[in-house]
Design a protein around this ligand. Structure first.
Ligand SMILES: Cc1ncc(COP(=O)(O)O)c(C=O)c1O
Length: 371
């Protein structure tokens, strides 16, 4: 490589000035044994997927050669999704994670200089996809991150608005957009596409899919990484008007949605009772966790998803104490309006008990240090 070659300057101008998405700690991948870890930092499932996933994968490995590319149209999975989502097969498309779906979406629709409204604080990966394609992020917030006044969003709409990104329910704040609020935004921006990110749909139970009948400019993204417990296989999907998906399909690499992920997702969709039980457990454990932490004196906020927030004086010390007890949580305090907040993913009751015990010990230790 010539000495004067500087990749940081030779890359795409948008990428050169990009602030990357901060991933959570990857320490666990260096450990020999992960059995004692409570992974409460990235909103994954706290339990394994339905046993049917394992059975389907075993059968697949015996039957279909791994040397073949996958079904790029994901025919069987999309048929199952259409039934699950109450839409038509041509209103669905699958991707290697909903992140990939959102990234393709930005690549397919954004021209440099297009405005993209993002209601903040929110899931930050989308900003990266927007900015790397030259889009201008118009960050909109209310005075409290936990209250939603959609007039701040509708006022930010201009003729240059190309996309509006709303996470519903929102990670990390837990706020939700009602169907009526979404409809007001859709009407106010008929020239733009409104993305409702429903990664946590299964926990919340409400969707804006019925609005697709009236609005061609609505797109819904969903994930198999959360309630379906398939984060490691990377699979997610979009629900949208077929004409909108046809644009994304022009650049989508269907081969990237690997066979194992397709088979696993399809099997998970055959076991809705298992999903419902997990969602019920998480809901119960979430409320229990918030109640126990509140009893201990913590400021704890519940959500309608699989995570809660706690507000502490020293989030770095808090997260690092929990890590010493093999519990990984996500410090969100560097995000604007999230000062002091740490997000904790909720899974099983046993995991929630471990979290409460560690939080109790953190308080005891803090008291000892302050004396
Ligand atoms: C709001 C939101 N959207 C999308 C994702 C990414 O999901 P996936 O694993 O399907 O890429 C996440 C993951 O944390 C999320 O919180």
């Amino acid at each position: 490589m010539p000495e004067s070659f500087d990749p940081a300057k030779r890359c795409n101008d948008h990428v050169a000035k990009l602030r990357e998405y901060r991933v959570t700690s990857q320490d666990i991948w260096k450990m020999a044994k992960t059995g004692d870890i409570v992974k409460a930092d990235w909103n994954e499932s706290g339990a394994a997927p339905s046993p049917r996933v394992n059975q389907a994968l075993q059968a697949f490995l015996k039957g279909i050669p791994l040397e073949w590319y996958p079904d790029v149209e994901a025919t069987k999975l999309r048929e199952a999704l259409a039934e699950y989502c109450n839409c038509t097969v041509d209103q669905t498309q699958v991707f290697s994670g909903s992140d990939a779906a959102l990234e393709y979406f930005c690549r397919a629709f954004l021209n440099p200089g297009d405005e993209v409204i993002i209601r903040t604080p929110t899931y930050d990966n989308f900003r990266v996809y927007v900015e790397s394609n030259g889009g201008q992020v118009v960050a909109v917030h209310n005075s409290s991150p936990f209250e939603l006044d959609i007039t701040a969003i509708t006022k930010a709409i201009t003729p240059k608005t190309k996309l509006i990104y709303l996470v519903n329910p929102c990670n990390p704040t837990g706020i939700v957009y009602s169907e009526a609020q979404l409809e007001t935004i859709l009407k106010a921006a008929p020239q733009a596409i409104i993305i409702s990110d429903e990664a946590y749909f299964e926990f919340y139970g409400k969707t804006v899919v019925p609005l697709l009948k009236k609005y061609q400019n609505l797109v819904i993204s969903r994930s198999f990484s959360k309630a379906f417990a398939l984060a490691g296989l990377r699979i997610g999907y979009l629900i949208a008007d077929p004409a909108v998906l046809a644009v994304v399909n022009k650049i989508r690499v269907g081969k990237n949605v690997n066979s194992i992920a397709q088979i696993a997702a399809e099997a998970a969709l055959t076991d809705i009772p298992y999903l419902n039980k997990y969602v019920k457990d998480v809901t119960r454990n979430r409320e229990w966790l918030v109640a126990e932490l509140t009893k201990l004196g913590y400021v704890a906020r519940t959500t309608v998803a699989n995570f809660i927030l706690v507000q502490v004086d020293n989030p770095t010390a808090f997260a690092s104490h929990l890590k010493n007890e093999w519990i990984y949580v996500r410090d969100r305090s560097y995000m604007p309006q999230m000062e002091g907040f740490v997000r904790i993913t909720v899974g099983t009751k046993e995991q929630a008990q471990r979290i409460v015990t560690a939080c109790e010990r953190y308080l005891e230790l803090s008291m000892m240090i302050s004396f």
